[in-house]
Design a protein around this ligand. Structure first.
Ligand code: HGY
Ligand code: MN
Ligand code: MN
Length: 434
């Protein structure tokens, strides 16, 4: 391992903003700054190709695995020894240009700045983008990083289909990103992810940096309700078996349940589709999704039990058949305490205002945390808005966050907390073995 000298490099903020702009042209949502690059679509392929070109231009060794996860490393075969940065470049259908993209392009920018400085750290550096982090098209979310860390078998992931019945494996073949590198992938020495907060906390408190402590638990359920489609004009109210009505009642009670549980509990009905979805026909069936999250595993299980009761009671009252399918379920995770401390220390040394907070959103880092010492850095979201084309983070906040990422990664790659991390890595791998 080459020696290191000098401190961490400073990133080139203009170059980073330029790449964010250039990537945002792919799948641009007309009239907005936002993006639609759903996983494994043609837009996703174009985004993947562009980022791979930037990786290749830096002379990085690029590996693509069987699920389309892409890892680029400064040293051939050096991923296991590397400090990895990364995130995702797929977006929700009404996405912004920073969610995920910032973490990947800031990682690339840190590597380019380090290479340009001529001072390599003791460890190699790598940058990754993981497949289908959003889960909007193929559930669960964080699908690529989940498989990368061995949380789902490749064969199982490849069989997952979208609403049209198109499979992950078929789409990977179609866009040419079913690679040959093995799944699970190579575990890096440590993993750092820069991400927009996607919430209101940092902006509300006027703080530049979020020192992320962990990620809350996530539970996605698909509820299918079957009643009887019938004539809207001739069917007396007491004789109806109205799946549409039941879906709306369930949505209302999910909101009430989250409110009554309080604390960090959130509940979202993001999609309801009715059949036949016509003005003069009582809906015979309804399919809806329920997203529940909580920082406490116990409370999340309580919320899931409440949901089961709500669905059963409302379906029975409307004489419907109900089926529920869990499409994503991740327990809350904590990031490595020494990595959290390091992020906090580097932010303080850089005179950046900062505070600790949990992540309300899911991230690839929550999967890497299962196998190696992992941490995250947040930068503020304007108006706390995300998963919306209006998503915005100020360039000065992006530059501050990327420079902090460079500092933290430099310190990790030069063994500043080697002793702690190596014991931490053992603990992480013990965890995985259980
Ligand atoms: O669902 C999430 O929290 C993430 O955006 N995939
Ligand atoms: Mn994201
Ligand atoms: Mn997202």
């Amino acid at each position: 391992m080459s020696g290191s000298s000098g401190g961490a490099t400073r990133i080139d903020g203009e170059r980073l903003m330029g790449r964010l702009d250039e990537l945002a042209q792919i799948g641009a949502i007309a009239g907005t700054h936002g993006n639609c690059r759903l996983a494994l679509t043609d837009e996703d392929r174009a985004g993947r190709d562009l980022v791979c070109t930037w990786m290749a231009d830096l002379g990085l060794e690029i590996t693509i695995d069987g699920l389309g996860n892409v890892v680029a490393c400064t040293e051939p075969g050096g991923v296991a020894d590397s400090v990895m940065m990364g995130s995702h470049i797929d977006t929700v259908a009404t996405g912004g240009r920073y969610d995920g993209n910032l973490g990947v392009l800031a990682g690339l920018e840190v590597i380019e700045s380090v290479l340009a400085s001529g001072h390599m750290p003791s460890r190699p550096l790598s940058v990754a983008y993981f497949t289908d982090e959003e889960g909007s098209r193929f559930a669960p979310d964080m699908l690529g990083s989940l498989a990368y860390v061995g949380g789902m078998a490749l064969e199982e992931a490849l069989k997952i289909t979208d609403r049209e019945g198109v499979s992950v494996g078929g789409e990977l073949d179609r866009i040419g990103y079913r690679g040959s590198a093995p799944v699970p992938g190579t575990v890096p020495y440590a993993y750092m992810e820069l991400h927009i907060e996607q919430g209101p906390v940092l902006e509300f408190h006027g703080i530049q940096i979020g020192v992320v402590e962990g990620v809350q638990g996530i539970s996605w359920t698909e509820v299918t309700l079957r009643g009887q489609s019938n004539h809207a004009g001739t069917t007396p109210m007491p004789l109806r078996r109205d799946a549409g009505l039941a879906a709306c009642r369930i949505a209302g009670e999910v909101r009430e349940m989250a409110h009554n549980i309080g604390d960090s509990q959130v509940g979202t009905v993001g999609s309801i589709s009715l059949v036949p979805n016509l003005v003069n026909v009582i809906a015979g069936s309804a399919t809806m999704t329920v997203d529940l999250r909580n920082t406490s595993e116990g409370m999340l299980q309580h919320a899931e039990a409440r949901l089961d009761e709500i669905v059963a009671r409302i379906a029975e009252g409307e004489h419907l058949a109900a089926a529920m399918r869990r499409t994503a379920r991740f327990e809350p995770i904590d990031f490595h305490p020494s990595v959290i401390d390091l992020v906090e220390r580097c932010a303080a040394e850089a005179s950046l205002t900062h505070r600790r907070l949990p992540s309300g959103a899911g991230h690839d880092a929550q999967m890497l945390a299962r196998v190696c010492p992992t941490g995250m850095i947040f930068v503020p979201s304007f108006d706390g808005v995300s998963h919306n084309p209006a998503e915005y983070t100020a360039p000065e906040d992006i530059e501050a966050g990327a420079n902090l990422l460079a500092d933290v990664v430099w310190r990790l790659a030069n063994g500043d907390i080697d002793g702690v991390l190596s014991s931490g890595a053992d603990a992480a791998s013990d965890e995985m073995a259980r």
